[in-house]
Design a protein around this ligand. Structure first.
Ligand code: TLP
Length: 346
């Protein structure tokens, strides 16, 4: 099987497993796991923040940040296709009693105008706008990135309006490689950042949130309430450290594979792709004009050894990662071509 459903499907390499097996560990609930502490320090430094906290998932990272930034009844501005709005099981409502105010972005990117329209005037009968969430790269829009200039602009504006800014940087590393911007430069445009180790970086588990020390102290408290206190988690954190040392620069290869795949599929009957969105490792394929449903296409592909996933409501998603080679991607492209030509009766 050539699995292009997500970059989360990667398996730890032998060298990563070796690093995990050899990890120095302690009880992290006592703050005594040296490997977790090292990972937290390293990520805080990379992101130019005072402190960082290891968490089990990107979802928990985002939800903790929302929790610490807001009070019940507050409103959080997020892009309509954002992960926090669509794929975190209404966690903001459930865990923080907040309401998300969605704004349409341009290929997932928010701008000052859109945010301005979403900010509530301060009347006692209105929700209080408290937080802006940005997503870089933006998953559902197809791995699109923010320019550093746009991030700076939005952050400065949020500050001016008294709002906090959280950056969902599940794939911030991809944005950094694609844009040639350092993680610290992007993170300087946010009060809190959540980054994943388990997406393109290939670790089996884990995300890290970073921010001011007082913010992270609060987040640690809520992490325990959310059930995320882990003990000898260094065994997992070691995979994260290994990933940071070995798997960041190589994301460039994933971007090349995605660009190739997108170019190949864009011309097929029944498929269309906004090539402008293919900046990193995600390809969103619009199959609205295909003669069969997205589910049917997925099942035909599966029979032929190719796994894609459902993207946004219009279609399919392919994500490149370190467990698929350029050769695999070429093979996938040729199978998709075959299947689509067959289905469309061309
Ligand atoms: N995204 C996953 C699935 O949830 C869809 C994927 O396969 O892309 N922010 C962004 C932008 C994400 O794409 C994801 C994961 C998360 C947060 C949540 O991370 P996890 O899955 O670790 O909770």
């Amino acid at each position: 099987m050539i699995d292009l459903r997500s970059d989360t499907v990667t398996r730890p390499s032998p060298a990563m497993r070796e690093a995990m097996a050899m990890a120095d560990v302690g009880d992290d609930v006592f703050g005594e796991d040296p490997t977790v502490n090292r990972l937290q320090e390293q990520v805080a430094q990379l992101l130019g923040k005072e402190a960082a906290l290891y968490v089990p998932s990107g979802t928990m990272g985002n939800q903790l940040c929302i929790k610490v930034h807001t009070h019940p009844g507050d409103e959080v501005i997020a892009e309509r296709g954002s992960h926090v709005f669509n794929y975190e099981t209404a966690g903001g409502a459930f865990l923080s009693s907040i309401q998300i105010h969605t704004v349409d972005g341009e290929r997932g990117r928010l701008d000052i105008e859109g945010i301005t329209r979403a900010i509530r005037p301060s009347f006692y009968y209105m929700p209080r706008t408290r937080l802006v969430c940005l997503e870089n790269t933006h998953n559902r829009a197809g791995g699109t990135t923010y320019s550093l200039e746009r991030m700076k602009e939005v952050f400065a504006f949020s500050r001016e309006k008294g709002l906090k800014l959280h950056l969902d940087g599940a794939r911030l590393w991809n944005a950094c490689v694609a844009r040639g911007v350092s993680p610290a430069a992007f993170a300087a445009c946010a009060d809190s950042v959540s980054v994943c180790l388990s997406k393109g970086l290939g670790a089996p588990v884990g995300s890290v949130i970073a921010g001011a020390r007082s913010f992270i102290d609060e987040a640690r408290h809520y992490r325990k309430i959310f059930g995320g206190g882990m003990r000898q988690a260094g065994i997992l954190a070691a995979a994260g450290l290994y990933a940071l040392d070995h798997n960041v620069e190589r994301l460039r290869e994933d971007h090349e594979k995605a660009a190739f795949l997108a170019r190949e599929l864009a011309t097929l009957p029944g498929m269309s792709i906004d090539l402008e969105t293919v900046e990193t490792n995600i390809v969103i394929i619009d199959v609205e004009r295909a003669s069969v449903s997205p589910a049917e296409i997925l099942s035909r592909l599966r029979e032929r050894g190719i796994l894609l996933s459902l993207g946004n409501y219009l279609g399919l998603r392919a994500v490149t990662h370190l467990d698929v080679s350029m050769k695999d991607v070429q093979q996938a492209a040729s199978v998709v071509r075959d299947v689509m030509l067959n289905l469309q009766g061309a």
